[in-house]
Design a protein around this ligand. Structure first.
Ligand code: UD1
Length: 364
């Protein structure tokens, strides 16, 4: 069985690494790794291949950045040629990025089966590009692998046949558990002159937070307030760096001794910072899940989440771009007065790739 695995962005690399490794254990499968090039360069792409021991992509489409239509269109045109040349039996896509929907659409129209890993997540916010990518990908995929039981319910409510849905757990956590010890041994937080459990870690890249000046400014002002109480490190996504400059907001965070700005970090360095942080502030999807497993308090800078289980039983609270919510909850964390009794969701146990490959082996 020829399986074509698609990656495009940072979080995709983290999700595909365990799948690729598991697939290679079976002689029944031959696999081809296709990188669309949605994320590129050493910081956003190559360092992940090295650290996660992902093989070099067999095929690199090199699409780069652009508007949504440009990026999605370019991926589709190039990926169609790959599918026609390779004639795979199955393509595997992960997550909710433009590469996910672009490749799914191409494959389905060529009559190639599609497996979507991380299916069924819904924020119910259709202004998010990722929500559109999720709904469309799920509605035309053949095999839907979900991370939690509420994702199954979302899919059933959308009329998807239950025979297509497989609850397998969280593939990103396979990678987290595998690399945790290695990350602990790194000296990343010391390198930035930070002390264990005495700093906050921030990531920010959602268009809704960074593209418009008003919300970016509100968040940066709240960050500045937090930095008076605890040092904060902010590895800055290229999109965010660009908008901080374009909106003339650099002065809010540039002249502070307790705000450390860094370039985007590799997987192990970032994991080291997450493990040792007192709290994490983020608008990422994956980091909400990783902090829940690591039991690190997480304030999500969004009004909604497609990962509500991290709020319900994990360490996550939604604070949006509301300065007072951000500060009140930070204060609670600093006083060790935050929610507790965290639980780790079912099947977020490091064995998700095994479950997925065994289903592919037996059913596809
Ligand atoms: C994309 C995904 C988002 C995911 C995120 C993970 C979509 C719609 N969005 O957002 O869901 O959470 O990746 O990081 O697919 N840029 C670089 N170098 C890169 C990539 C991007 O400099 O390697 C810059 C470019 O200026 C680009 C901008 O960042 O225009 C945004 O990149 P893009 O891939 O469009 O979306 P992300 O914000 O990274």
């Amino acid at each position: 069985m020829k399986i074509l695995i698609v990656v495009g962005t940072r979080p995709n690399f983290v999700k595909v690494a365990p799948l690729d490794k598991e697939l290679k254990k079976y002689s029944k499968f031959s696999s081809i790794l296709v990188h669309t090039g949605q994320h590129y360069g050493s910081e956003m792409s190559e360092s992940f291949f090295n650290e996660l021991k992902l093989p070099r992509p067999d095929i690199y489409l090199g699409v780069g950045s652009g508007t949504h239509a440009e990026q999605t269109g370019k991926i589709m045109i190039k990926f169609e040629k790959v599918c026609k040349a390779e004639q795979p039996d199955l393509i595997v896509v992960v997550g909710d990025v433009n590469s996910t929907i672009a490749c799914t659409l191409v494959a389905v129209k060529l009559g190639i089966k599609v497996a979507h890993v991380e299916a069924g997540l819904r924020s119910f916010d259709r202004t998010m590009p990722e929500e559109i990518n999720r709904i469309l990908t799920d509605s035309i995929s053949d095999y839907l692998f979900t991370t939690c039981e509420d994702a199954n319910e979302n899919l059933l409510k959308e009329g998807i046949d239950k025979e297509k849905i497989y609850f397998v757990g969280n593939i990103m956590i396979d990678t987290l558990l595998k690399f945790k010890k290695r990350a602990e041994k790194k000296n990343t937080f010391e390198k930035f002159d930070l002390n264990k459990k005495n700093y906050a870690l921030l990531t920010l890249h959602r268009p809704s937070n960074v593209d418009k000046k008003a919300s970016l400014e509100k968040i940066l002002r709240a960050i500045k307030m937090i930095s008076y109480k605890i040092p904060l490190i902010f590895p800055t996504h290229p999109r965010t760096k660009k908008f901080i400059k374009d909106h003339n907001l650099s002065s809010i965070i540039n002249n502070s001794n307790s705000i450390i700005l860094s370039k985007p970090l590799g997987y192990l360095e970032f994991l080291n910072l997450m493990i040792n942080a007192k709290l994490v502030l983020t608008d990422s999807g994956g980091i909400q899940e990783e902090t829940t497993v690591l039991k690190i308090p997480c304030l999500t800078l969004r009004k909604n989440t497609e990962r509500p289980i991290t709020v319900k039983i994990g360490t996550n609270i939604l604070v949006g771009d509301d300065e007072s919510k951000i500060l009140i909850n930070t204060e609670k964390i600093l006083k060790n007065n935050y929610k507790n009794n965290y639980k780790i969701p079912k099947y977020w146990d490091g064995n998700t790739a095994k479950r997925i490959i065994s289903i592919i082996l037996n059913n596809i």
